[in-house]
Ligand binder design. Structure first.
Ligand code: FMN
Length: 362
């Protein structure tokens, strides 16, 4: 097996290791730049960022590395913003707000789909103007118009898929490669074809990877539960050309995850993460905590992303400020026992050495 392949050539990186984009402040400029400097690909989780913030971070990273790095964006999907569903969901959060001594919320300030779409287009313009070489997407596939514009500027495009059909659609739309996300993965599910049943139907990486690589010809990047050289070697055996890892980078020294978040991931066992849509309206895997358990009965009728995400914003912000893990969204994959507090350089060096021992050639 070779660690250099079509994917590493296309991304101009030494090792087929991508630091997952992690929106919400985890992917600091240092984390991204250190990954790229160590021979992997650093990615900025820019889904929630305003265009000016994205531009500033790109400039900061460019000062720290001359190597390629990428930007990841959320593809907007239509969502329902009916007043009734918002009020019901907001009511369910009342007791949580009381526990955190937060005032009731009656002004939701929720953007509609067209505004979200407009903001996405502005984010795309920053990627083009700042000449970022790689752009990846989750939650959907951008329009043909957006894809064509990015391609015109020679930007390498990566999609996300959680099923074979989603991978096929990514290839058909013109993506250069696709990240295949197994059910072990931390954070939001990147799927877009079967959202309602995401939690019970999701497919594990060992099953999904060979089925996807049989169905498409563009390079496949494996994601979900990969933490070390063993995971990299196994992924490549199953047909992937590289890996994208979130949880392994989240606990790194350079990551911007809240110390309480890092501590939670470092201390739990493999069966202590769950799927929830209570934080954002989209299924995501995180450490089981008080908020998730309390909201479990309301989960099915909560409004879609990004509505529920906006409704819970004050709760997450207060929990963050108070170092309170009970109400934070502690996204994490299932391979928590393999998480370490280490530098990015050590993580990548060890992975490559371990993969070499397992006969993956560099
Ligand atoms: C804290 C956290 C935030 C994440 N945010 C994003 C994101 O903004 N965009 C994205 O495409 N994937 C995101 N993901 C998912 C990762 O891309 C990847 O699928 C996942 O981390 C792989 O599983 P692992 O955490 O077990 O390595 C996130 C994952 C985590 C843990």
């Amino acid at each position: 097996m070779m660690l250099r392949n079509e994917m590493t050539k296309c991304l101009k990186i030494a090792y087929p290791i991508i630091q997952a984009p992690m929106a919400g402040g985890v992917t600091t400029s240092k984390l991204v730049a250190e990954t790229s400097n160590a021979g992997g690909l650093g990615m900025v989780g820019a889904g929630y960022m305003a265009p000016t913030q994205i531009r500033d971070q790109i400039k900061e990273i460019q000062k720290l590395t001359s190597k390629p790095f990428g930007i990841n964006l959320f593809v907007p999907q239509p969502f329902d913003v009916s007043e009734d569903s918002m009020k019901a969901a907001n009511q369910a959060l009342t007791t949580i707000r009381q526990q955190l001594h937060l005032p009731d919320k009656d002004n939701f300030g929720i953007a509609d789909y067209n505004e979200v779409l407009e903001a996405f287009k502005e984010q795309i313009q920053v990627v083009i103007e700042e000449q970022v070489p790689i752009c990846s997407f989750t939650f959907g596939i951008p329009s043909q118009e957006v894809i064509a514009e990015l391609k015109q500027h020679n930007i390498t495009l990566m999609g996300t898929a959680t099923t074979v059909m989603e991978a096929v659609q990514n290839e058909a739309a013109g993506m250069d490669m696709v990240v295949v996300q197994g059910s072990e993965a931390g954070g939001h599910r990147g799927g877009f074809l079967n959202q309602e049943q995401e939690s019970s139907d999701s497919v594990g990486l060992m099953s999904l990877l060979p089925q996807v690589t049989d169905a498409i010809t563009i390079p496949v990047v494996a994601a979900g539960g990969i933490m070390d050289g063993r995971g990299l070697a196994a992924s490549m055996c199953l047909g992937a050309q590289g890996v994208q890892m979130g949880t392994a980078f989240l606990t790194c020294v350079e990551s911007g995850a809240h110390p309480v978040h890092k501590e939670a991931v470092l201390s739990i066992s493999e069966d202590q993460t769950v799927y929830t849509r209570s934080f954002s309206g989209k299924w995501a895997r995180g450490v089981k905590n008080h908020f998730i358990l309390e909201m479990q009965n309301h989960e099915v009728y909560l409004p879609d992303f990004p509505v529920q995400n906006t409704l819970t914003q004050d709760i997450r912000k207060a929990a963050f400020a108070e170092n309170n893990p009970d109400f934070m969204s502690l996204w994490s994959g299932q391979s928590t026992r393999l998480a370490k507090s280490q530098t990015v350089e050590a993580l990548i060096e060890n992975m490559v050495a371990e993969a070499k021992k397992l006969n993956v050639n560099i």
